[in-house]
Ligand binder design. Structure first.
Ligand code: DX5
Ligand code: ZN
Length: 222
């Protein structure tokens, strides 16, 4: 299967957000990755419903909303109403994760589980059959532009093995520090979706970087 690329709007220029969204619309990107941070579960605050609604009004591709918030269950319907097509919640924030995943699906969204780098992927075995995607954090959540954590390769491989028997259709998404250098190895290990913020929006030609990230063997400039 061709892997997907999800540019993270956290790294976009908020003063010309519409322009950046239209660039992603025209590009070969598959999804918009939208990071919601509450200053409680993670030590940073990003944006909320009104911005997501405005992104939705311009975006022509699905919104993959990544909730880095405490008590996400309180807001699942609000995120759907704001325009989320995919919604993922952190394992660490849901006491009744099975219920949360069922609820996200019943609201008509693709349901994802996210885990932090310190949590073993084996924790996901019983929820795996219910999830549409698993988002493996390859940095500690909260900020763009952080260094990629190398143990992620093995975590992807382990999850890739687990999904064969538990949920072959599951998509494995990787988020944090993804760039043209590590992308081929991540796909090789079993990643189906690459989230990338800084490496896209800080590059000279973001649309061309998206195209390269979608290739199996991107030519890394320089
Ligand atoms: C980090 C966010 C990421 C972030 C990725 O907490 O979940 O989606 O935007 O940014 P880069 O690609 O710059 O690491
Ligand atoms: Zn994210």
């Amino acid at each position: 299967m061709q892997h997907l690329v999800a540019p993270s709007l956290l790294a976009a220029n908020f003063l010309r957000l519409e322009e950046d969204i239209r660039m992603v619309n025209r590009s070969e990107a598959d999804l918009f990755h939208v990071d919601v941070m509450d200053g409680h579960f993670v030590p940073n605050i990003s944006f909320g419903f009104s911005i997501i609604r405005q992104i939705r009004s311009v975006a022509t591709k699905p919104l993959d909303v990544h909730l880095m918030i405490s008590e996400p269950d309180r807001y699942l319907e609000d995120f759907r109403d704001a325009g989320a097509d995919w919604l993922s919640v952190h394992y660490e924030t849901c006491a009744h994760l099975h219920r949360s995943i069922q609820r996200i699906k019943s609201l008509g969204m693709k349901a994802g589980v996210v885990i932090n780098p310190h949590n073993p992927v084996s924790l996901l075995s019983d929820i795996l059959p219910e999830a549409d995607h698993v988002l493996l954090m390859s940095v500690n959540p909260g900020f763009g532009g952080q260094a990629f954590i190398d143990s992620t390769y093995n975590r992807i491989r382990t999850l890739h093995e687990m999904k064969k028997s538990l949920n072959p259709g599951l998509l494995i998404e990787v988020d944090g520090g993804v760039d043209l250098q590590n992308a081929p190895g991540l796909v090789e290990a079993g990643a189906n979706i690459l989230v990338a913020g800084s490496s896209i929006f800080r590059s000279d030609d973001p649309a061309a970087t998206i195209t390269r990230l979608r290739r199996k063997h991107p030519q890394v400039p320089g």
